[in-house]
Each structure stands twice: as structure tokens, then as C-alpha cells.
Design a protein around this ligand. Structure first.
Ligand SMILES: [Zn+2]
Length: 466
């Protein structure tokens, strides 16, 4: 059986699936966001998106289940079964159906319109990550149409609630329905292909593709201060708002001088993109490392992303203190987005932050998810390299770590290696990382035209019986 699905891939259908999914405002949280104000009923948005996938799969003869761990919060799971002897553990095509809310006023187009203009598909989810839902759906449909015999099950899992921790999606399914991520012999999947990595990055005149093999850990943290309430006209030093501001300022100052720690996957990434000098400098001479980064990496978001790969980060994001202008607040609260490198002890890092903010401020852990890191020399990663090399011989594919978290952390609980590989070939001027959760999220059809066959080839070579 041929491993080449190229001839049966349907790019037009993939684009229409993406547009169809964008038109379903599967906003998370489902009770928030301006889509409510716009008169759209977002209730069941994820379920509607899950049904959309299930219908497309069902029409092609692939049985698909819509699972609602919570009403309205649907996920779609479907499976193509292996046949014959010596089957291997499954491959999962993982994605999420939910999207973050929009600030519709700031968009140039309807964020839920799915407009296709001048070869670009616009809308919330265009890159995070309905593009990948559509590509993985396209690969499932092509595999089915090909009639190929599989040596491992291929599982399509498009889940709810990635953007808010996955309780109603991946995390919940891993806990309540772990069998979905394995096969009839009780073996858990050998690998999953998931979001973020896979996109191209142009530095100077060289193009790179990212293959994401690691993610930083999450350690969301809360600071609390207390003070003595009283009338705002008679100030005193025990003001919870002022103490909170001081704590947050201390965290920011500590962040600015935190030394780098270059882990092997990041050192390899920097080396591969021609920034090998940055790794040792980041640890010994941060100012020179920063200058070097600035001279080579022109996109500021890419630069920030690289900088965040080099160190643990603690970023205050939410502050609450006081209710009324003339009342001294008795309590203050800040939320801090802490992200840790593989190898960082999260409890010890929180201890460090405690020392930074000083006495009188409580520092407590709210969410703690360890980093994930998977072998960069796995068979499926080799296939990703091969497929990219064949599709774009001049470019280089490089394993990397992302700084945000994904549902990979949920699958890690089952020991399933999860690789971020949503292949997209982008023009040098596309501010790709800025489009995630940003205004005017959009993806060129040409990027999908590149990515769909690359993804299909990886899946085919990994799953179709030789
Ligand atoms: Zn995402």
C-alpha cells in the first residue's frame, strides 16, 4: 500500500472545514465574551463544533462519538482501526475545539465569519487551532478514502476546554475515559500530534520549521496581602493595595535579573537557528546575549519567546485590591503566571518568590503542572523531519520547546508523548506568534496547502502498513 495520500487529500474541503468551524463560536469560557453581546448564543459552542467534526467523519463512514463530560462542552473522538497481525500502539491526532474570546471592535473582519479573502482565512481559531482540527480531519478522511490497511489505530480527538485547563476536555477525558487514548489490547497510544509547533520561522534568509518536543511547566500562583481598613482620607502605612503593588514590583525586578538556564533542547534549537553563541552568553553575559538576539531576530514576539525559553518566568497578570475610592483596602490579591523550565523544582521556585516578596505577603500555589519533554529522536519526529525536508528542501527542521502549555500536559498523565506539529509554511512577514489569541487571527490558504500533505505524510508513514 502506498504511503502517499497526496492525491486524495482535499485542500478545498480542508479550507471549508476550517471556515465552517470558525463560524461556530466555541468560545471558552462559554458564558463570557462579546459574542454574547453580539446576540450569538454561545451555549454549546464546543458541542456544535464537535458535532460538525462528527458529521463530516460520519458522512465518510467513520463512526465518531460526541462526548459531553459537561453539557455543552463537547469533544469529538473517532478511530480508524488497525488490521492484520503485529499491530502497534495507536497514534492520536489531538486538537482542541474551543477558542478564546474576542474583542470584536478591534478586528478588521467578523471574528466568527470565516471570511476567505485574497487567499487568507480570517477568524478566531484560524491558527489556534481550528486550522489543525481541519488538517487532522482532512487526514482522517483521506486515510479512510484510501482504504489503506493500518498497522496502528489512528485516533482523532478534537476536545473541548483546552483554553481553560481541560477539565471539560482532555484532562477530564484522560481521567474518566482513558480507554479513548489506547487500543483494544489495552495499550496506550505511542504518540500524539498536537498544536503550536510545525510553523515556519524566517531568520535572515533562512527558513526553519519548529518541531515541538517540550513545554514549560505551569505554576499559577496567588499573592495575598492584608491591611487595616479605614477611611481613605486618613492614610496609614498598613494599606493592602500599596503592599500588593510593592510585592508585584519586587517580582518584576527579580524577573528582570533572573539568570538564564539553557536546557539541552533550547541549546540545540539556538544552535540550529544560528544563535549558538546566545546559549553560553545568556548565562555569562545577558546584556550581550540580548543584543545578539535583537540583531538576528527582528520579530519582537519571537525574541520574547526565545528569551522565555531561557529562564523560569513569574509574570503578575491580575491585581485586585479595594472596592471604593475612599476606603482603605483590608485585602489585596495578585495572580502570577509562573512558567518553569524542565528541571526546575516548582515548590522551590515558589519558595524563591516568597523570599522576593518578603514577609507579610502570602504566596500560594493555585495550579501546578509540571513541564513535559519527549525524546527528539523518536520515530515520529524522524518522519516529521523527512516530510518537511521533502516538502521544503531548503529549510531546516528544529526540535524546540514552547513556553505556553497545551493538552500535552493532560496526555502526559497517561505517559503519551505529544509532539506539537501543525505544519504551516508562512511568508517571512507573517507575525505568527502574535496571532495566537490576538486580533485579526488569520491563516493563509497557502500555509494549509503546505501543511496538509506534510501532516498526511507523517501520519501515513507512521500508521499505514508497509
Ligand atoms: Zn491552542
Amino acid at each position: 500500500m502506498s504511503h502517499d495520500l497526496g492525491a486524495i487529500l482535499d485542500l478545498d474541503a480542508c479550507v471549508e472545514h476550517l471556515r465552517g468551524l470558525i463560524r461556530i463560536p466555541s468560545v471558552n469560557p462559554p458564558d463570557g465574551g462579546p459574542d454574547v453581546a453580539a446576540g450569538r448564543d454561545p451555549t454549546g459552542g464546543e458541542t456544535a463544533a464537535a458535532r460538525y467534526c462528527a458529521d463530516e467523519l460520519g458522512d465518510a463512514g467513520i463512526a465518531a462519538e460526541v462526548i459531553e463530560l459537561t453539557p455543552g462542552r463537547g469533544s469529538c473522538v473517532a478511530r480508524l482501526r488497525a488490521t492484520g497481525p503485529d499491530t502497534q500502539p495507536p497514534l492520536i491526532l489531538l486538537s482542541h475545539l474551543d477558542v478564546v474570546p474576542v474583542d470584536a471592535e478591534a478586528w478588521s473582519r467578523d471574528p466568527f465569519g470565516g471570511d476567505l479573502v485574497d487567499g487568507v482565512v480570517w477568524g478566531r481559531g484560524a491558527v489556534d487551532m481550528k486550522d489543525m482540527v481541519a488538517m487532522e480531519l482532512g487526514v482522517m478522511l483521506a486515510l479512510q478514502r484510501s482504504g489503506a490497511e493500518l498497522r496502528r489505530d489512528v485516533i482523532f480527538a478534537a476536545v473541548a476546554d483546552e483554553e481553560a485547563g481541560g477539565e471539560h476536555g482532555a484532562r477530564g477525558l484522560v481521567e474518566q475515559r482513558p480507554e479513548l487514548f489506547g487500543d483494544d489490547s489495552g495499550r496506550t497510544a505511542a504518540a500524539a500530534i498536537n498544536e503550536v509547533g510545525g510553523y515556519s520561522m524566517t531568520l535572515g534568509d533562512r527558513r526553519f520549521y519548529t518541531i515541538q518536543v517540550a513545554e514549560k511547566g505551569i505554576a499559577w500562583t496567588r499573592l495575598r496581602t492584608t491591611g487595616t481598613p479605614g477611611h481613605g482620607s486618613m492614610p496609614h502605612a498598613d494599606n493592602a493595595a500599596v503592599k500588593l503593588a510593592a510585592a508585584v514590583t519586587a517580582l518584576a525586578a527579580d524577573q528582570a535579573r533572573r539568570p538564564a538556564r539553557v536546557i539541552p533542547v533550547v541549546a540545540g534549537f539556538l544552535e540550529a537557528i544560528g544563535l549558538g553563541e546566545v546559549a553560553p552568553l545568556a548565562e555569562s553575559d545577558p546584556a550581550r546575549a540580548a543584543d545578539l538576539l535583537t540583531s538576528v531576530v527582528t520579530d519582537p514576539v519571537t525574541r520574547r519567546s526565545i528569551d522565555a525559553m531561557l529562564r523560569d518566568t513569574a509574570t503578575p497578570t491580575v491585581l485586585r485590591a479595594g472596592k471604593k475610592v475612599n476606603v482603605l483596602p483590608g485585602t489585596g490579591e495578585a495572580e502570577v503566571d509562573v512558567r518553569t523550565l524542565p528541571g526546575t523544582d516548582q515548590a522551590a521556585f515558589l519558595g524563591h518568590l516568597r523570599a522576593v516578596v518578603g514577609g507579610g505577603v502570602t504566596v500560594e500555589s493555585v495550579v501546578s503542572l509540571p513541564p513535559v519533554e519527549w525524546p527528539a529522536d523518536a520515530e515520529i519526529v524522524g518522519l516529521m523531519h523527512d516530510a518537511l525536508r521533502a516538502a521544503d528542501p531548503e529549510a531546516t527542521a528544529v526540535p524546540m520547546m514552547i513556553t505556553p502549555g497545551t493538552d500535552a500536559k493532560a496526555l502526559a498523565q497517561l505517559g503519551i508523548p505529544c509532539y506539537g506539529f501543525a505544519p504551516l509554511r508562512l511568508e517571512p512577514d507573517v507575525p505568527f506568534l502574535s496571532l495566537f489569541h490576538g486580533h485579526d487571527e488569520r491563516v493563509p490558504v497557502s500555509a494549509l496547502a503546505f501543511g496538509l500533505p506534510v501532516l498526511a505524510q507523517v501520519v501515513a508513514r507512521y500508521a499505514i502498513r508497509a
